[in-house]
Design a protein around this ligand. Structure first.
Ligand SMILES: [Zn+2]
Length: 183
């Protein structure tokens, strides 16, 4: 089932997600992970954090190199944590499903060592660089209530926030003009 992706400035995107305990890996949580993967492919994107679908739990899904005709192997990870970071690099033209119509270069760690649990509670470790490293940092930021626009210059962020508010106001006016006052 597709889940609606929350969009900036929804305050739920700012919530800090709670760790998942072993006995919380229920059929419902597995369904949530499957729904998140389906939503990620549908949007389309390469990563999605539970925070983005309004669930404040430390769960992310990732698939860096899926294609419409190829096999899909989404990673579904619980409690991902960066345990070591190395160097700096530029994540070029980063974007986010929760931040519509904005892309920007972002300064990030060049290499990260990530520990996480699978849904079967296996301990996993990823030594990630380049896009994989950037994606891990982006999704783990979501779990901490942080968005990539927090990592760009204040000037760029302010311009985007102003543009986004204007866009939301316009959408609201259009709804009202059509006789469907929005909530
Ligand atoms: Zn994002």
């Amino acid at each position: 089932m597709l889940r609606p992706v929350l969009q900036f400035p929804d305050p739920r995107l700012r919530e800090k997600a709670q760790p998942v305990a072993k006995d919380e890996v229920t059929p419902e949580l597995r369904q949530l992970a499957a729904d998140m993967a389906e939503t990620m492919y549908d949007e389309p994107g390469i990563g999605l954090a539970a925070t983005q679908v309004g669930v404040a739990k430390r769960l992310i899904v990732m698939d860096l190199d899926w294609s419409d005709d190829g096999e899909r192997n989404p990673r579904m990870l619980l409690n991902p944590e960066i345990v070591r970071r190395e160097g700096r690099a530029t994540s070029e033209m980063e974007g986010c499903l929760s931040v519509p119509d904005f892309k920007s270069d972002v300064e990030r760690d060049a290499r990260v060592l990530v520990r996480a649990r699978s849904l079967d509670w296996e301990e996993l470790e990823f030594d990630a660089t380049e896009l994989e490293a950037f994606c891990f940092q982006h999704e783990i930021d979501h779990l901490d209530g942080m968005l990539f626009i927090d990592r760009v210059s204040k000037l760029k962020r302010d311009l985007y926030v102003r543009r986004r508010k204007k866009q939301l106001r316009r959408e609201q006016e259009e709804r009202e003009a059509a006789g469907h006052p929005g909530g």
